[in-house]
Structures are given as C-alpha cells and as structure tokens.
Write a protein that binds this ligand. Structure first.
Ligand code: FAD
Length: 437
C-alpha cells in the first residue's frame, strides 16, 4: 500500500476466488499495490466440481503455483466417458500449449492456496471484508474505489464501514456479482446458463479411489433410466486424492428463461443417479461427507461490458464459464492474467483517455480469444437441448475415435490455437470464422 495509507491502492480486487487471486497475483507481480478484499475467511468452501482441465493446469503453471503430489495435488490422464452402457477412456491430448494431464483439488484448499500465492506475490489480502458497493467520482461517474464492511466470524457486521480507493477496481465476486449489478452491468438473457449440484463421498477401499480418469456420465435421466427424458448435461465423478471424490451433475439451457421453464429438481436427479450406482462404488449415506449443494454457472460472457468506467469484470462475474463443459476456473485464471496486463499497461499511459483505451484492451483480448469459442458453445447448447440430438450423438458419435478426439478437444478447449493436427486446425478455424460472442 501507499506509505502511510492503508486504504489506497493501485488496484482493488473484490473477491478472492480463482479470478480474484489470479488478478491480484499478476498485478502484484507487475509491481502494483493490490488490495484483495474477501468477505469469507479461508479456508472456505465453494460449490464446484473441483476439476481442472489441462487449460487450468497451464494457467497454474504460468502463475508459478506448485502442483506437486506431496502438496496434495492429484493428476488425471483424461476423460472416461460413460454412455449407453459403454465407456471410453480418452487421454488428454499431447499439445505444446497445454500439459497432457488435468488435476482435481477441493476448492476448500485450492482457493486458499491461490490466495496465499497472491499474497506471496505482494498482494494485501483482507479477509472478512465484504464490499458493499462501488465508490463513484461524483463528476465523472467513474469507479474510484469501494465501500466495505468488516465482518465477524459469523458474517455479522463488525466495526465501522470503511472506504478503500483505487483508480481501478476488479469485480471478481462470482456469479451474482453485486458489484457489477450496482454499476448497472446486468446479466444478459440471451446466453446459456447452467445449474449444477455436487456432494462428496469417501472412496477408500472402492474402485473410485484415486481414479486416474475424470469420469463423465453423458446420459442423465430426469427419472427412471431409459424410460424418461434425457437431460442436456452430464454427471461427473472426480477423485480428489484426499480420500474423497466430488460427485455431481449439471445441466445447461440456452437461456435463463429456458432454464427456469425446465424446472428440474437436480438434487433429486443426483439422488436417483447415486442410488442407482453400483454398490461397490460405496456412494452411501454413511460415506457421504458433505451436503448436496448447488449453484448457477454463468456462461458465454453473460455479463457485459467486461470493462466500464474503471471497473473490470473477471471470471464468473463476467459469465466466463464454458457452455461446452461447465468449466470456469481456467477462464477465471486467464481473465485475471489478461486484466492485470491491461491494468499494468494503463498505468504507464500519460493521459486519462489513453489509460481508458488501454484498460479497454482487456475486453478486446478476452473476446478475441474466447468470443468465437463461446459462440460455438451457444450453438452446441441449442443442439443438445433436443433430447433426440443427444441420443443420436451418444449412439452414433461416441463409438467413432475420430469424432471422440474432435469432441474431447472441442469440449475441453484443449486444442493448439496455432498449428497442431487437423483437428486443432479445424477447431481453431471455426472459432475464428464465427462471430465472437
Ligand atoms: C456445481 C458446480 C460445479 C462446477 N465444476 C467446475 C469444475 O469442475 N471445474 C471448473 O473449472 N469449474 C467448475 N465450476 C465453475 C467454477 O466453480 C467457477 O467458474 C469459478 O469458481 C469462478 O471463479 P471466480 O473467482 O470468478 O468466482 P468464485 O469462485 O465464486 O469466487 C468469488 C469470491 O468472491 C467473494 N465475494 C463475493 N461477494 C463479495 C463481496 N461483496 N465482497 C468480498 N468478497 C466477495 C466470494 O466469497 C468468493 O470467494 C462449477 C460450478 C458449479 C456451481
């Protein structure tokens, strides 16, 4: 912080999930004074599948986050896809841009680890500090800081409300992003929205223990298997390497309106799926180590603009979850990196106008990189919303190795952006020719 000023910084980051921790790490590494404000105290839980694709692992490596087995990290080789009574093991592709493995780690420890990493890079983390709103410059309407409320261990106000100032504020406060909403940056109703639920089971002594594959079940029925409707989504089992597995399922709709109209009870569907699972997996009430919890997955840039009047939106606050697979951590980490670069560059500009244009490059770069991919994702969601398309894809597409190679790279966003084999070139070409979301 500035000498003698605890309440002034170069950047304020609201929320210390993956997006906030990444932004704070990269900004601090660029020599900026960073204030990272988090309403919870670590370790804290976050509803998630805890899966990290090679894309996420590549971001962790860029940040310099150690991911050794002795520190509790477990690697996986690829995806095991289960559908139509069969299963296929699909190794992560071997690419120059991404490692040939994924990982899984409970958010309870992952997020704490990332926040500590940001601190070690020089960011100042204030836990139990809830941001209550933006601080606006009266004349320009530009964001010049935040108002915040210290909380006690039970989440109640503890002491006087306070004010922090910075020329740039990053909203990394997750899916509901009250910060963005307070600036009238609301959610779009033409973007896909997912809903997912998850729980944890102890796995020792079961075949699920330390499974080297991330398992996806592509056939989710809203009632009895085979005799009810096939849902547009998938179920997962991710071994976490700590004696437990994250077990959950999610479904996606092309718009929030369709999501509410579907009116599915995902907890009940998870319950049915788990109850019908093989007895040797041990998914019993005795082995269940946490409640079933659910949350929304905001997809395909469902909040925009990504930059406005001194406020930068990263991660779930900007709706950066992939419509293809529900993955959001990799994009949250990436957004933090790209945002920090724009913020650091803006600091070197001499005029307000030039600083503003430089901050705006963040939105341009995110769209250039992900906009086309998210457009494809929106089309994909519209297709799989039709149960007959899902059924045909499972029956005729899955058994073909070429199709599966294509699907794995497309759905996990793990393809070579330049060069690579013909599959990489087709996917990269498609993302460039379609209009950016
Ligand atoms: C059931 C489910 C399963 C999922 N599975 C996966 C998966 O396997 N892999 C994957 O990559 N993604 C998955 N996702 C998506 C992933 O969880 C999110 O995309 C990711 O957490 C986004 O990170 P974030 O930092 O933007 O937001 P968050 O992780 O939500 O972090 C936001 C932070 O801001 C804090 N905060 C909020 N408001 C305030 C405030 N006013 N003041 C201060 N702090 C505040 C919160 O406490 C929190 O720490 C899943 C999501 C769900 C719901």
């Amino acid at each position: 912080m500035r000498a003698g000023r605890e309440d002034v910084a170069d950047v304020i980051v609201v929320g210390a999930g993956p997006a906030g921790a990444s932004t704070a790490h990269w900004c601090a590494s660029a020599g900026l004074d960073v204030l990272l404000l988090e309403k919870a105290a670590f370790p804290r839980d976050k509803v998630c599948g805890d899966g990290l694709t090679p894309r996420a692992v590549a971001e962790l490596a860029r940040m310099g986050v150690g991911t050794q087995a002795e520190d509790g990290w477990i690697r996986n080789r690829g995806l095991r896809v289960v559908a139509g009574g069969r299963s296929w093991e699909l190794p992560w592709p071997d690419l120059a841009s991404y490692p040939g493995y994924g990982m899984a780690r409970a958010r309870m420890t992952l997020d704490q680890r990332l926040a500590q990493h940001a601190q070690a890079s020089g960011a100042k983390l204030l836990e139990r500090t809830k941001v209550t709103g933006p601080l606006l410059d009266e004349r320009s309407g530009r964001v010049v800081g935040v108002t915040a409320q210290p909380l006690d261990a039970r989440g109640r106000a503890d002491g006087a409300a306070t004010t922090f100032r910075a020329p740039v504020v990053v909203a990394a406060d997750g899916v509901s992003s009250r910060f963005a909403t307070a600036l009238d940056i609301t959610r779009r109703d033409d973007r896909p929205l997912g809903t997912a639920v998850r729980t944890y089971f102890r796995t020792e002594g079961t075949p699920r223990h330390e499974d080297p594959w991330m398992e996806s079940h592509l056939e989710l029925w809203d009632g009895a298997p085979g005799a009810s409707t096939l849902l547009p989504g998938y179920g997962w089992i991710f071994a976490l390497g700590d004696g437990t597995a994250n077990v959950g399922l999610g479904a996606v709709s092309s718009t929030p309106a369709r999501q509410s109209a579907a009116g599915n009870d995902y907890r009940a569907i998870l319950d049915t799926w788990v109850r019908n699972s093989p007895a040797e997996w041990g998914f019993t009430a005795e082995n269940q180590t946490g409640p079933v919890r659910g949350a929304a997955l905001p997809m395909g840039f469902n909040r925009s603009p990504l930059y406005s009047r001194g406020a930068v939106l990263v991660g779930d606050s900007a709706g950066m979850v992939s419509p293809f697979n529900g993955e959001g951590i990799a994009y949250a980490l990436q957004a933090g990196r790209v945002a920090a670069d724009a913020i650091a560059q803006a600091r070197t500009r001499a005029t307000d106008d030039s600083r503003e244009r430089t901050l705006g490059t963040y939105a341009d770069r995110m769209r250039a990189d992900l906009g086309g991919y998210y457009t494809l994702g929106r089309w994909f969601v519209r297709l799989i919303e039709h149960p007959q398309v899902m059924r045909a894809a499972v029956r005729y597409g899955l058994p073909r190795p070429v199709v599966m190679r294509f699907v794995l790279k497309l759905l996990s966003d793990s393809y070579e952006p330049r060069g690579g084999d013909w599959v990489d070139r087709v996917i990269a070409g498609l993302t460039r020719v379609v209009p950016a979301a």
